[in-house]
Design a protein around this ligand. Structure first.
Ligand code: NDP
Length: 624
């Protein structure tokens, strides 16, 4: 791949050559594409199943199997399940049972307790239900323990601990036509009947390992970041020093968003730390700060919803939609060259802002010129991030290896104020694999370029399964009307109406990335989906309906309407360095991360749902 055409806009003021830079992006991309795509990873099962043991519960939990009936079962106790539970309680639903394989609520924040774990979306945007909970996060970018506590507090406030089933894995959902109920089977022997089921299995939940030759041979201590072994490392999720590593040679494979956050803690604690890097992450300034009491004092009712909405709009280069009093700002209300204020104003909204600055005095730009300006804004931002590396990391070779050469949103952008500094420690060694990854794992350690690095402990920061069938990731199949399997129905790609309903699966609702909008603030999307679902279920319950189900026409229309937009996004992402966003650089995976998603902005999608509710006829659903 290359971008050899000249830019039509003036690029003479830039202190880099944009064409050369884009060429370098493509070279870096091409050397990383693995011929096996997602097939390069090792599924966690069989001899590897101890990698997903839950270290946070007392072993040996047992209970009697349940053979009963509830009105609503929600699968998943993360934010999706919690928000659905909260919205249903607000709608007056009393009989709710949440099922989760974890030992408590929190979803991703239950599992990801690695030291330094933090949310990189501003807390005032990311935390759901802040006004209802009368809570303001302690700092601008919250650490995992506070987010876990907020999850638990939501569950308490909305009485979601009533009837909950933790440490329970669903093994199958089966529709029983004779009684119009779902039967939920679990690994605890349960057979629970439910009128309605909401599935919120989460997205990045199933840890994955790299299929590196010899991975089964390693004899030292080893674990995945999402199951941090504090019994071995000591320390705590709050970031206390991991004294257990003081005499240990520790290796970590992976330098994604998770690794960026835990590496500073490992560097501080380990006798020696070896970071095995395949692709560097872009790491921008974090500038975290405690929440200002003066700012809190200025907040007006409705501020949280507005901030969440503004963030989505800003990310897509738009203007925040409403004034502080809630009324809409139209573009025509703005004076010439005026843009509305970016209240969030952080690394996420920065690219959109720099694009606005570049277009400020140029009202008549062609589509191609706008595209070029977006590219230049991105290249400029990434140059700034690369220059930041040189300004912090003392060893030049290490600094060069830590520079990310790809478009900013090709991989999860990272933000940290201690990560790069960690490489100035004498005990920390970056082992760059030049895009090729770890060559081999032996009984004693890791091999790169024929050299063996002996390790006492090897940590896998290698991410989560994406790209296999929806039900494989969920861990169970759903058998709907006439014995139809959801696995089979969705094998060639998702098929829903509004992302929430699928024909043949009455009273079964899907939350998460199932043909819905992509937005960086996942909790906002889950909240909107939960609200929408509660509206439909309330209507159905008030009308004593037996079933609610998508019509074939509505589903077909939805799938058709999102195809073009999502295909355009996929085409754009295929130019990126490989990762889970773009099927590891391969086309043609109907179950990939971006495949068949809505394709428009979060703001557009949420408006589409709210217009549908306002219209009131529930068009596209058959309610009987
Ligand atoms: P990722 O999938 O982002 O990263 C996995 C890492 O492992 C990559 O650096 C990858 O390299 C590397 N890797 C895989 N195989 C090999 C190999 N054979 N040899 C060497 N390296 C290898 O997982 P993360 O857990 O870091 O993050 C997953 C997601 O979790 C993020 O994208 C984000 O959405 C979410 N997250 C969110 C946070 C938040 O603040 N809200 C914080 C942390 C995570 P390569 O890039 O070359 O594939």
């Amino acid at each position: 791949m290359s971008r050899r055409e000249q830019y039509t806009i003036d690029t003479s003021a830039l202190d880099f050559d944009p064409i050369e830079l884009v060429d370098k992006y493509y070279q870096e991309r091409d050397k990383r594409v693995h011929k096996e795509g997602f097939g390069q990873y090792q599924e966690i099962k069989g001899e590897f199943s101890n990698f997903i043991d839950d270290h946070y519960v007392e072993p040996g939990f047992t209970r009697e199997p349940l053979k009963d009936e509830v009105e609503v079962v929600i699968i998943g106790g993360g934010f999706g399940g919690l928000l659905t539970g909260a919205e249903l309680r607000k709608a007056g639903v009393k009989d709710i049972r949440i099922i989760d394989r974890a030992g408590d609520f929190g979803g991703t924040w239950y599992w990801n307790r690695y030291p330094g774990a933090q949310c990189d979306i501003e807390a005032y945007v990311y935390f759901p239900l802040l006004e209802e909970m009368d809570y303001i996060p302690k700092e601008r970018y919250s650490h995992a323990p506070e987010i876990l506590e907020h999850s638990i507090n939501i569950a308490k406030k909305f009485n979601l601990y009533d009837d909950v089933c933790f440490q329970t894995e669903v093994t199958e959902l089966r529709w029983d036509e004779s009684i119009s109920r779902w039967i939920i089977y679990t690994n605890r022997g349960d057979e629970i009947k439910a009128h309605y089921v909401a599935m919120s299995n989460g997205l990045l939940t199933k840890p994955k390992l790299p299929g590196i030759p010899g991975i089964d041979k390693y004899k030292g201590h080893t674990f995945h970041t999402s199951r941090w072994d504090f019994a071995y490392t000591k320390g705590s999720p709050g970031g206390d020093l991991m004294t257990g590593l003081a005499d240990k040679r520790v290796g970590i494979i992976g330098t994604g968003a998770t690794a960026i956050q835990c590496i500073p803690h490992l560097g501080e604690a380990a006798k020696e730390l070896f970071v095995f890097q395949r692709t560097p992450s872009s790491v921008d300034v974090r500038k975290n700060a405690p929440t200002s009491p003066e700012w809190i004092a200025r907040l007006q009712p409705g501020w949280h919803k507005k901030r969440m909405e503004d963030f989505d709009i800003l990310l897509t280069g738009g203007l925040p939609s409403k004034k502080d009093d809630g009324s809409i700002i139209h573009k025509s209300d703005l004076k010439k060259n005026e843009t509305n204020k970016d209240e969030v104003s952080d690394g996420w909204t920065d690219v959109a802002n720099s694009e606005k600055k570049l277009t400020k005095d140029k009202p008549k730009l062609s589509k191609e010129q706008k595209k070029e300006i977006r590219e230049i804004a991105d290249l400029t931002k990434m140059e700034e991030i690369r220059n930041r590396v040189s300004g912090i990391v003392e060893d030049e070779e290490t600094a060069e290896a830590l520079k990310a050469y790809y478009w900013q949103f090709c991989k999860r952008p990272c933000f940290h104020d201690e990560y790069l500094q960690t490489y100035n420690r004498p005990n920390v060694h970056l082992i760059d694999t030049h895009g090729q990854g770890v060559e081999e794992i032996t009984e004693k350690g890791v091999v790169i370029d024929g050299k063996e690095y002996e390790l006492d402990c090897l940590i896998f920061a290698t991410g989560f399964e994406v790209g296999s069938n929806y039900t494989s990731m969920a861990g169970y199949d759903v058998i709907g009307r006439d014995g139809q399997s959801l696995k089979q129905k969705w094998d060639e790609g998702l098929s829903t109406f509004h992302g929430l309903f699928s024909k043949g699966f009455p009273n079964c609702f899907f939350l998460g990335f199932t043909q819905t909008a992509l937005t960086a603030s996942f909790t906002h999307m889950l909240g909107e989906q939960a609200h929408h679902l509660a509206y439909v279920m309330k209507h159905s319950m008030e009308n004593d309906a037996t079933t609610v189900e998508a019509t074939q026409q509505a589903e077909d229309d939805w799938v058709e309407s999102i195809k073009a937009k999502s295909a355009a996004i996929e085409r754009q992402y295929i130019q990126c360095t490989p990762g889970y966003y773009n099927n590891e650089g391969h086309t043609g995976n109907n179950n990939g991360f971006l495949s068949g998603q809505y394709g428009g902005s979060g703001a557009e999608f949420f408006k589409l749902l709210s217009d549908w509710r306002d219209e009131g006829s529930l068009d596209g659903l058959e309610i009987k």
